[in-house]
Design a protein around this ligand. Structure first.
Ligand SMILES: Nc1nc2c(c(=O)[nH]1)N[C@H]1C(S)=C(S)[C@@H](COP(=O)(O)OP(=O)(O)OC[C@H]3O[C@@H](n4cnc5c(=O)[nH]c(N)nc54)[C@H](O)[C@@H]3O)O[C@H]1N2
Ligand SMILES: Nc1nc2c(c(=O)[nH]1)N[C@H]1C(S)=C(S)[C@@H](COP(=O)(O)OP(=O)(O)OC[C@H]3O[C@@H](n4cnc5c(=O)[nH]c(N)nc54)[C@H](O)[C@@H]3O)O[C@H]1N2
Ligand code: SF4
Ligand SMILES: [Mo]
Length: 821
């Protein structure tokens, strides 16, 4: 243990502290928090009337008391130009988390920008422009003028296809309805740009095209369904680490049997019992371990499937359920179509499936029983199907996604309490945009950039250097192209804007690329950029998003953004203003006119222009109404106004049996197995000895964009871990914490060996997207037919580089599993 917080005593929250509704801006779960702020020169007292909790703090509080906060929940920040104390603490009254924090969310406060306390001092404060061979601070008008002029020049010469855009499409920090609307209105509404990609994949497409094509929106249930289900079916997800409080507050009670009263209240005489759970993951995750501890091993079935073969398992489950007569015949008849066709096409025996998936036929049969064998008295079993990146970034995304929806529909589990067929989710959601003007399949943006296409690239809140596929080649090409422009800019003597734009255009004609990065901190891709624009983030602006059960809330602004930083939606609006002026002064009034409607002064203006006018039910939703709904909000879509200005929502989708297709019937799909589908993957699997499975860890948020500037996470993970079977480590002469190179024909990267007893031989698992070792360097460029990437199926070799360096000597290499107490 090297990490210390150096906090001796924390101030008491006074009774009159300002209270703000906050939703954690990290993961999809969207836990409710309260932010308390008060003047830095005062604090509350121990008497009940003197503190926010209204209790006698001179008395010892019990272990689970909410009248307390941890050092990580505290900071000293600016609010309307004054220093204030800030406490951001989980809200016990929020139904999502019931007062739970996680190792990420419980650190919102200490991950805020504070000069007095020296936290997140790396935050961008001013627009930066490449000048005199380095990035230099400047004004918004100066920076946006360059961006607008270069962008307009490129469009004049190359048309709209010369502008490339990378932009988040999610909620939470670096997203939200205000900001997806701001960027969407600019690029899709005003400019009709089609060369756009999303933060996490190299094209403008869906992660779950199949589910949507079948008429089943991917977030169709509510978190309570996890408490009501007889069986939980989790495929390619790891919710203890990645949807932490959803798992702890809604899955664990069902596994423990503490939600039985809820089940009885909901289901009357229907037999109920604590849930059983099936987890499909090639790796024994800590979620498997937690489920065994909570539910007992007999109620947990871990199917340690061969990587990339989920489709076969799902087809075999469908076949077995149908052959046993366990399908929901009434539901299939009333609400779906093409079942017989799909069943015939997808027919897969237990033995066939066992041969490909590496599972035992009996275990597949057991899973089918747990999913669908009727309960005593003949009532249907209620099963909730939940999947995430092990499926979404897995082999044959489209068909595998369809296959899990097939199984959920066949067993009548969509639109019913205790059911659902859902993404677990990544970030929160917060999508409202004009329609994407491009085709399906959408253009493969990374590939086009690598090939030298486009003249200007706008990047909003993502860092492909750490998180894209084929990342090494991307960085090589990107650096070369952006360096050409830097060199050209260096050659313009001074102050002459026209000459600068000319020089940049000249470099673009030589294959150069002009790049603009909108972010909150310096990023790796930002190092290649020519203009960097500082964004405000959640808590520094008002921000709306929804979570994995479509629960929408408003996070209220509780502190000032650093320096000149602005909300993304207002940056987009100002950029639109500058583009309008540039086109107008060039005599192109018709183009200039397209940039009208960006006269927003606040993020609320953007919200009213976007969500309020364009989202389904948006007419019922305003900031005032959301403020009144607190951290519980309402579940989208809004359906009307209730008493006292409340918003009425939708607990589950499809409860009426009508789905999102033209005729309202959910459509079964044919999903035959066709092996590892992405070009070159099968060859890679045969050629290289190790599966380089990859994904997330509890402590780290995404590409560590904030964590990297903070000691806690970097102390635990100075280098990305690669979990390895101890025998494999012995074969390669590796000891705990030794540095290894991971490599294949696509690229190479570096990681730190972490011995893991439960890791299967020749199956490693590496932390993704980490600044000190980018797993994506080894992920091939191969995508599916709709340009969805296949990050998870990566094979490579591993070799020792060095003994554990000084920076890892203090680490523990104990098992990450926990034992029953
Ligand atoms: N190998 C491999 N690669 C993967 C994956 C995988 O499993 N394996 N997963 C993929 C997935 S699911 C994801 S989501 C992506 C993530 O890929 P990215 O989106 O590139 O990664 P993030 O860490 O989410 O990046 C967020 C960026 O937004 C910035 N930011 C935060 N808040 C704000 C804000 O309010 N405004 C602005 N303008 N910027 C802000 C942060 O500083 C950071 O630079 O990675 C993908 N890549
Ligand atoms: N702590 C933390 N939480 C997060 C994030 C974070 O960075 N940190 N990021 C958020 C984001 S943006 C996202 S998208 C989600 C992702 O949430 P998850 O999808 O739960 O996370 P991952 O670790 O990417 O992948 C999940 C599992 O897929 C498994 N897997 C790999 N290959 C296969 C396969 O072929 N078949 C099956 N069945 N499984 C496979 C991996 O072993 C891994 O355990 O997490 C969100 N929550
Ligand atoms: S579970 Fe997700 S939303 Fe909840 S506190 Fe943790 S990171 Fe935030
Ligand atoms: Mo994600």
């Amino acid at each position: 243990m090297a990490f210390k917080r150096h906090i001796g005593r924390l101030p008491i929250v006074p009774a009159n502290a300002k209270e703000h509704n906050v939703v954690c801006h990290y993961c999809i779960v969207g836990c409710g928090y309260k932010a308390y702020t008060w003047d830095s020169s005062t604090e509350g007292g121990t008497a009940p009337a003197d503190n926010k909790f209204g209790v006698d703090l001179a008395q010892q509080q019990d272990a689970e008391t909410p009248n307390w906060y941890a050092p990580s929940m505290y900071n000293l920040v600016r609010q309307s130009g004054r220093d204030v104390h800030l406490v951001v603490k989980p809200d016990p009254a929020c139904v999502v988390n019931s007062g739970l924090g996680s190792v990420r969310g419980a650190r919102i406060a200490e991950m805020s920008h504070s000069l007095p306390r020296g936290t997140q001092t790396e935050r961008l404060t001013d627009p930066l422009v490449w000048r005199y061979g380095q990035m230099q601070p400047t004004s918004w008008d100066d920076a946006l003028d360059i961006v607008a002029r270069v962008t307009a020049r490129v469009i004049a010469e190359q048309g709209g296809d010369g502008l490339f855009v990378s932009a988040y499409d999610h909620g939470g920090a670096g997203g939200g309805y205000e900001n997806t609307w701001g960027t969407g209105k600019l690029y899709f509404g005003a400019m009709k740009i089609k060369n756009v990609r999303i933060h996490n994949r190299p094209a403008y497409n869906s992660e779950v095209h199949a589910s949507r094509d079948m008429g089943v929106g991917e977030l169709n249930n509510c978190y309570e369904d996890a408490e009501l289900a007889d069986t939980l079916f989790a495929l390619g997800d790891n919710p203890l680490e990645t949807q932490t409080n959803y798992f702890l507050n809604h899955w664990v009670p069902n596994l423990r049997g503490t939600s039985l009263d809820k089940k009885k209240a909901e289901f009357g005489d229907e037999p109920v019992a604590p849930a059983r759970i099936i987890l499909v993951d090639p790796r024994r995750t800590v979620t498997v371990n937690a489920c065994e501890t909570e539910a007992g091993k007999d109620n947990v079935l871990h199917l340690a499937i061969n990587s990339g073969t989920d489709l076969v398992l799902l087809n075999a489950l469908l076949t077995h359920v149908a052959d046993k007569g366990w399908t929901d015949v009434d539901f299939i008849g009333a609400s779906t179509k093409d079942f017989d066709k799909a069943l015939a096409a997808n027919r897969t025996s237990l033995d066939e499936a066992a041969a490909i998936t590496g599972l035992e036929p009996e275990d597949i049969a057991k899973a089918a029983e747990w999913i669908a064998r009727p309960k005593d008295g003949g009532t249907r079993r209620r099963t909730m199907f939940a999947y995430e990146k092990g499926l979404i970034w897995g082999n044959d995304n489209y068909r595998t996604n369809a296959a899990i929806v097939n199984l959920a529909l066949a067993t009548g589990n969509v639109g019913r309490p205790g059911g659902g067929c859902v993404r677990m989710g990544g970030h929160q959601e917060g999508y409202v945009r004009p329609d994407y003007p491009g085709p399906r399949p959408a253009p493969y943006i990374d590939k086009l950039l690598i090939e030298g296409q486009g003249g200007v690239h706008h990047i909003w809140g993502c860092d492909h250097y750490k998180t894209t596929l084929n990342a090494m080649e991307f960085k090589r090409a990107y650096k070369k192209r952006t360096d050409l422009v830097k060199d050209a800019m260096n050659a313009v003597p001074y102050g002459n804007r026209d000459a600068l734009v000319e020089a940049i255009w000249g470099a673009i004609q030589q294959g150069g690329l002009f790049a603009v990065d909108v972010d909150i901190v310096p990023t790796k891709i930002g190092e290649a950029c020519h203009v960097v624009l500082p964004a405000a983030t959640s808590g520094e602006m008002n921000l709306t998003s929804m979570n994995g059960e479509r629960r929408m809330r408003l996070t209220e602004r509780y502190m000032d953004p650093p320096g000149q930083a602005l909300p993304d939606c207002l940056i987009a609006a100002r950029l639109a203003n500058h583009l309008e002026a540039t086109f107008r002064s060039a005599g192109k009034a018709d183009i200039a006119d397209r940039f009208q409607g960006f006269d927003w002064k606040t993020e609320e203006d953007a919200f009213m222009d976007g969500y309020h006018k364009h989202a389904k039910g948006g007419e019922f939703v305003t900031y005032d109404a959301l403020r009144g709904m607190g951290t519980n909000g309402f579940q989208e879509p809004a359906t009307g106004q209730g008493d006292a200005g409340t918003i009425l929502g939708t607990k589950r989708l499809y409860e009426d049996g009508k789905f999102g297709t033209d005729d309202g019937r959910a459509t079964f799909m044919e999903t035959q197995w066709r092996g590892l589908q992405a070009p070159g993957k099968e060859e890679e699997r045969k050629k290289f000895p190790y599966l380089i499975n990859n994904g997330r860890a509890n402590l780290v948020w995404q590409n560590a964009y904030l964590d990297t500037h903070e000691e806690l996470v970097m102390d635990r993970w100075p280098y990305p871990f690669i979990e390895m079977n101890p025998d494999d480590m012995a074969d390669l002469g590796l000891k705990d914490g030794d540095l290894v190179e991971v490599y294949n024909d696509t690229g190479s990267t570096q990681a730190m060996a972490y011995p893991t007893e439960t890791a299967r031989p020749k199956q490693a698992f590496m932390l993704f997207g980490f600044p000190t070792g980018v797993q994506g360097n080894t992920v091939s460029k191969a995508v599916n037919e709709l340009v969805v990437p296949n990050y998870k199926q990566t094979w490579g070799s591993i070799r020792k580089i060095a003994d554990a360096p000084e920076g890892v000597r203090h680490l523990t290499f104990k098992s990450k599993e926990y034992r029953a107490s």
